[in-house]
Ligand binder design. Sequence first.
Ligand code: AHG
Ligand code: MN
Ligand code: MN
Length: 358
Amino acid sequence: MVDAQQTDAQEYGLDRDCTTLSRHVLQQLQNFSAEAQDLSALMNRIALAGKIIARRLSRAGLMEGVLGFTGDINVQGESVKKMDVYANDVFISVFKQSGLVCRLASEEMEKPYYIPENCPIGRYTLLYDPIDGSSNTDNNLSLGSIFAIRQQEGEDVDGTASDLLQSGRKQIAAGYILYGPSTMLVYSIGKGVHSFTLDPSLGEFILSDENIQIPNHGPVYSVNEGNFWQWDDSFREYIRYVHRTEGYTARYGGAMVGDIHRVLVQGGVFLYPGTIKQPEGKLRLLYESAPLAFLIEQAGGRASTGNQEILDVVPEKLHQRTPLIIGSKDDVALVESFIQKQAKEQSENMMERSRVPQ
Ligand code: AHG
Ligand code: MN
Ligand code: MN
């Protein structure tokens, strides 16, 4: 006789194992339209890139020529690591001959990369940060990849990708791959946030959590406090506040994919404010801040520059940087309240000065 409970458990296990990423995308769209098929195929390719990068990272310490610097400086003025180049090329390679993506824009390339054979039919553009948290690469610590998909619109008439200079509201999908103890892929196509874990024995990303909601408030504040001396007073005041208030804990891993993943799950805030050396901060809008803002908003959180929602910022150039305050609604609002307070004090001081007779 068949044991009903055992059958249920088996079915549950099977269902779970069969909820792969590409199936999940189709389930979310509830149809098999050309667009749904495209999105499913796009996500499948991104997952393949993640698997190839994860495979290389997992054996990096045993292989020659994988770790360390290339000796080049990228368009950001940052030293390039061999893994940055490898991961950048992986994304290009998986999208070749896909018929999906006509061009890819990445942190590591001054101009977008065209895949001419896809261009007559490729209806999407992929923006990505191939390795996020490069400084962790040689230490076997968490890393990430960040991606966003936009509809191909307009024309890159002057070769500057000016048609890409649109707000984050134009993203149709975004997410990240986290290379940690396990490899996870977290994505949104504008219908909630869902996480998948790579099962190495299957070689598939299998659904872990659906419709993730970020808590409205959490204990974590995640920021590089080594930059304290370079910040505006408002950020210093916020940090002084959390230092003397019970209930906060600092976490900073050097790769924002990992830090923001923690904030997504536990609640809290991740910040990268402007500094004296980099007044707009370090993070790039189009392939770092905007995709993560899309995801966190979908989970019920917020992302702000301090003065504007990240998703409303219209960039003026491809590699534009932006300050970032991202995470739980209440915690983002708390940081903003310090910025607003400082702005108010500054304007009152100016008015006061203008009243004093010269
Ligand atoms: P990338 O490696 O793509 O340049 O991005 C690194 C980013 C981000 O992931 C991380 O949070 C931050 O830079 C770390 O910068 P600091 O070392 O200045 O804290
Ligand atoms: Mn990055
Ligand atoms: Mn990077």
